[in-house]
Ligand binder design. Structure first.
Ligand code: ADP
Ligand code: MG
Length: 554
């Protein structure tokens, strides 16, 4: 008898599993896509390791994924001959849920329970565990490439799993076989018709061929050929094919808002396929979130860790395939490679140009894109000096005159008052709060538009972006507003009276009383209703930045 180890899933997981299985996905079909994309990933990882260790592939060089149906026994098996998992990897990989961004994930799940979030949750995959939607037991037999051991992981998805040594005779020669014990009410997932339909709909462009055997022992027939979608010519790929591929690549379930597919020729040759998601990934603002672009060399997957895009484009999903790097390039070497720098530059430009075009041709789609990712794109205004002007051109703003619409800086400049040489803004944490600020009074009275900036990033880029079309950005909370040059709307032009004797007395008194707290007290044009407001000095930080620094303990 072989010893059986029993393990408990990490804390809270039992509850999580239950919720996921019963409320997260309305569409159970997705479990198959999750298993197939894991199988394909495993094949790609093997091909990568085999560059340094060709013997790993030797006896069994062609990667494939085989689905085996068993309608009578209610079984569905997904088998790959990829990298496989050893004992520790099985525990590490299948015993931990949503390893990256676990907290954000849990928060989403909590939100989903309150109803409204239910669609949100369907936007991203939870991977392997989705198979418990259709199976009441899942057995995973895996043999890591090059290993003389095989292991069986087994669970009913209710909170614990077991790991046992498996007989080599019962294990794949290499890779992983996942057997789903399909529940009675999900038995359609053992029918050829259903499984074929799902594969064609959802996994048709996975870069590893998929075969199907109608029953155990039957000869498998090919369902998809594993041609890499991105190698086809741009005009040959349909919108549906892109959506399908995007979903299997991203693990999200929405439609891409923008697809950028091109082949670069000339000094560096590469193919790029990039998608802007139609909705916000749940870990968008997780500081650990990495970019999600895969790097291939001659169709061999190398890494998804290469920084193929700047951070402010970290929401973009996709891949780059190049023949300019050697296959055996190490991941460390990649980061320093000038080829990668050139690719990053080229790709960034293409994506920004495509977003610009989208803004012109599909205003509604662009609006959603901006609402989802504008706060991230704005990071580029101070991060990427070269693209600053372009990003400022793309940026959309709420302002004192925008209502529910979005304004561009070009709109702002066009409607600026004669002689107005600054773009005025007010930064803070919420739009409602901003709208109520007394700092706006004098500007409103004079018909001078003020941008209302409520993303935390706004305090940073405004300090670094010197100008747009010759106009400097200026916080309305900072320095002398000098509004006397502009007549109030609807009012007769009346020169602001010089602070009269009484006012001067008041100012003197206030200066004395507040001597330790403020550097100056002065009469101002910026208020029409409120009696006083606090402003920051001309040089240095504006009010919002002061608050940010204060709360950071500076
Ligand atoms: P993700 O694919 O997003 O990492 P999953 O829950 O789908 O999350 O899978 C968890 C991990 O389990 C994978 O990252 C991988 O390490 C491992 N895994 C799952 N299926 C396989 C497989 N068929 N072969 C090898 N490893 C696998
Ligand atoms: Mg997965």
């Amino acid at each position: 008898e072989k010893p059986v180890e029993n393990h408990a899933f990490e804390a809270d997981v039992a509850r999580l599993l239950h919720m996921m299985v019963h409320s997260v996905y309305s569409d159970k079909d997705v479990f198959l896509r999750e298993l197939i994309s894991n199988a394909a990933d495993a094949c790609e990882k093997l091909r990568y390791e085999a560059i340094a260790a060709p013997e790993l592939l030797a006896s069994n060089p062609d990667n494939r994924i085989i689905l085996t149906l068993d309608e009578e026994a209610l079984r569905l098996t997904v088998e790959d001959n990829g990298i496989g998992m050893n004992h520790d990897e099985l525990i590490e990989a299948l015993g931990t849920i949503a390893r990256s961004g676990t907290r954000a994930f849990m928060e989403r799940i909590e939100a989903a329970k309150s109803g409204e979030g239910a669609q949100l949750i369907g936007q991203f995959g939870v991977g392997f565990y989705s198979c418990f939607m259709v199976a009441d037991r899942v057995d995973v037999v895996s043999r890591r490439a090059g290993s003389a051991e095989a292991w069986l992981w087994s669970s009913d998805g209710k909170g614990s799993y077991s790991v046992t040594a498996a007989d080599l005779a019962d294990a794949p020669e290499r890779g992983t076989r996942i057997t789903l014990h399909i529940m009675e009410d999900a038995k359609t997932y053992t029918s050829k018709w259903t499984v074929e339909r799902i594969v064609k709909e959802q996994s048709g462009h996975v870069p590893v061929p998929i075969l199907i055997a109608e029953k155990p022992g039957a000869e498998p027939a090919q369902l998809t050929d594993g041609t890499a979608l991105w190698t086809r010519s741009k005009s040959d790929v349909t919108k549906e094919e892109h959506t399908d591929f995007y979903r299997s690549l991203s693990g999200q379930y929405d439609d891409p808002a923008l697809t950028v597919h091109f082949r670069a020729e000339g000094r560096h040759e590469y193919t790029a396929l990039a998608y802007v998601p139609g909705s916000q990934p749940f870990d968008m603002f997780d500081p650990d979130r990495k970019g999600r672009m895969k790097l291939y060399v001659k169709r061999v997957f190398i890494t998804d860790d290469a920084e193929l895009l700047p951070r402010y484009l970290r929401f973009v999903r996709g891949l780059v395939d190049t023949a300019d790097l050697p296959l055996n390039v190490s991941r460390e070497m990649i980061q320093q490679s000038p080829i990668l720098t050139a690719i990053r530059k080229g790709l960034t430009s293409r994506i920004l140009t495509a977003i610009e075009k989208l803004a012109e041709s599909e205003a509604e789609t662009f609006k959603t894109l901006w609402e989802n990712f504008g706060a991230v794109l704005k990071e580029g205004i101070y991060d990427d000096f070269e693209k600053r002007t372009q990003l400022l051109g793309l940026a959309r703003f709420r302002s004192t005159t925008s209502g529910e619409n979005w304004r561009t800086l070009a709109d702002y400049v066009k409607d600026a008052r004669e002689g107005q040489d600054a773009i005025y803004y007010l930064a803070g944490t919420s739009l409602d709060q901003l709208k109520a600020s007394p700092h706006l009074e004098g500007f409103r009275a004079r018909g001078i538009e003020v941008l209302l900036l409520s993303d935390s990033i706004d305090s940073f880029w405004t300090m670094s972006a010197p100008e747009f079309e010759g106009k400097a950005f200026k916080s309305v909370t900072q320095g002398a507003a000098d509004l006397s040059r502009f007549a109030k709307l609807g009012a007769e032009e009346t020169a602001t009276p010089e602070a009269s004797g009484e006012v001067n007395d008041l100012l003197t008194f206030a200066k004395q009383a507040l001597a330790d707290q403020v550097s100056d007290v002065r009469a101002s044009d910026r208020l029409t209703e409120s009696a006083v407001c606090l402003i920051a000095s001309e040089s240095g930080y504006d009010r919002q930045m002061e608050k940010i620094l204060q709360s950071a303990g500076r």
